[in-house]
Design a protein around this ligand. Structure first.
Ligand code: SDX
Length: 436
């Protein structure tokens, strides 16, 4: 809980309904970043609501997991910079950090890994669930359905008031997401499901389940393993973004963890959020050649055109997205080491160069975000485009779970129930149909 300091703020209100008055509210101090005005009693004591539909100025909770400074392009997980974590840590260690608050010791690392690897398999009955989908179903549609269905199989980890069941549900979700994702991919290409191999690392196991076939040996390219591991770390958590806020709101009604994570997956799917990495590739393919970049930048600037430059802009980052900086460097490393330079990467670099010189983008501080480069790397790694957001969901599951666990273990948590600015009809008499 934030520090409710003695400091108060006075807000002078001139309301046509109630005249002039001064509203005094407590100020809560943060350990980093803005303080917050505590408006929890604003309606009860003063009869007014705040208005912030996109939550651009609203703290929906207090949290100790992730800190973002959008002006300076800073992203910390439990105090560690994303740059250091992405280059020096492993995804499972970052999972431990997000969940438990500290980087694991060697003994904790071994114990945590053992917990995770012993939950990588899916209940065999669930494999039949996949067969109800068309082969061309989007893997995100399958993932939303299968994750929600986990609550029909794992009844011993549904009680959110039991810390042991919360921990077990967390382990199961982190462990099973790669398996669920890989099965969705295998199903879409008509190949048999591949079981997890617990001796492999997290990212390596995911590639194994996606790309190995029963008829021959498979060894994931270590460069791809490292690149995927880094992408997973960079997407693990990101404060109170749309999908995390969806998970928090869903779990505030005490819904089971699997249903809440399925809600987060659904929110992430949107092209304005996690679906942007897939949308970046579609956009680059539509632009096609460098000479068409000005035409698309004009579309992006045109308020009458719904086209947005996918992979650019961010609600919070009004400077560089630190994850994009790591990925940009990673893109070159991956492509050089795979002996590839895709025309799409050249097009992407030219698009970035021209966009960043364009006054419309500069004035609005629309810089490349995490999705701009992740799509290009995943494409170079020959990950199918339809799996891009699925991999984002795999990575972000630990963030959703850590935030859900933080919220569920807070006894002061209340059900989320926003109010509204009502702009509808005033009371009126019912009109019989013959009189309408
Ligand atoms: C993710 O929240 C998170 O943390 C998300 C995420 C995470 O890790 O969870 O970081 C992951 O979702 C990254 C964002 C991926 N989405 C995209 O790349 C889609 C393209 N981007 C836009 O849709 C947009 O930038 C958003 C949705 C990301 C942010 O939308 P906002 O907050 O409404 O944008 P804004 O208020 O900063 O926009 C300011 C202006 C507006 O124009 P004006 O009204 O001032 O004239 O910039 C314009 C916007 O129309 N604008 C764009 C634009 N993004 C904003 N114009 C063209 N192209 C764009 N991409």
């Amino acid at each position: 809980m934030g520090n409710t300091a003695e400091r108060m703020v006075d807000i002078d209100v001139t309301d046509p309904k109630t005249g002039k008055r001064t509203i005094t509210l407590p100020l809560m101090e943060s350990s980093m970043g803005p303080s917050v005005i505590d408006v929890r009693r604003l309606y009860v004591d003063h009869g007014v609501f705040t208005y912030d539909p996109g939550f651009t100025s609203t703290a929906s909770c207090d949290s100790a997991i992730t800190f973002i400074n959008g002006e300076e392009g800073v992203l910390l997980h439990r105090g560690y910079t994303i740059g250091e974590l992405a280059t020096k840590s492993t995804y499972l260690d970052v999972c431990y950090l997000l969940m438990e608050g500290e980087l694991p010791t060697k003994a904790q690392q071994v114990e945590f890994r053992n917990e995770i690897v012993h939950h990588t398999m899916l209940h065999e009955q669930l494999s039949h669930f996949y067969r109800g989908f068309r082969r061309d179903a989007h893997p995100m549609a399958i993932m939303v359905a299968v994750v929600g269905a986990l609550s029909a199989f794992y009844h011993d980890s549904l009680d959110i008031n039991d810390p042991e069941q919360r921990q077990l549900a967390s382990y199961r979700l982190i462990a099973k997401m790669p398996t669920i994702a890989a099965m969705a991919y295998k199903y879409s290409i008509g190949q048999p499901f591949v079981y997890p191999k617990n001796e492999l690392g997290y990212a390596e196991n995911l590639l194994h389940m996606m790309f190995s076939v029963p008829s021959e040996d498979y060894k994931a390219n270590p460069i791809m393993v490292r690149a995927l591991e880094r992408i997973l770390i960079l997407h693990a958590d990101h404060e109170q973004n749309a999908s995390t806020s969806t998970v928090r709101l869903a779990s505030s009604s005490q819904a089971n963890p699997f249903a809440c994570i399925a809600a987060g997956i659904a929110s992430l799917w949107g092209p304005a959020h996690g679906g942007a990495n897939e949308a970046v590739l579609s956009m680059l393919k539509e632009i096609g050649t460098k000479d068409r970049i000005p035409e698309y930048l004009a579309k992006a600037r045109d308020k009458n055109d719904p086209f947005r430059l996918m992979g650019f802009g961010h609600r919070v980052y009004k400077n560089v997205d630190p994850r994009a900086a790591v990925l940009k460097e990673n893109a070159h490393e991956v492509l050089d080491s795979l002996g590839k330079t895709t025309p799409l990467l050249e097009l992407a670099k030219e698009l970035e160069r021209i966009a960043l010189e364009d006054p419309y983008f500069r004035e609005r501080k629309l810089f490349p975000n995490v999705d701009f480069y992740s799509g290009i790397i995943l494409q170079a790694m020959e990950i199918p485009v339809s799996m891009f957001t699925v991999l984002f969901a795999v990575a972000r599951t630990v963030g959703w779970v850590a935030q859900w666990k933080e919220m569920s273990s807070d006894p002061t948590t209340k059900i989320g129930r926003p109010r509204q600015l009502y702009t509808g009809q005033k009371p009126r008499k019912f009109v019989e149909i013959n009189d309408r």
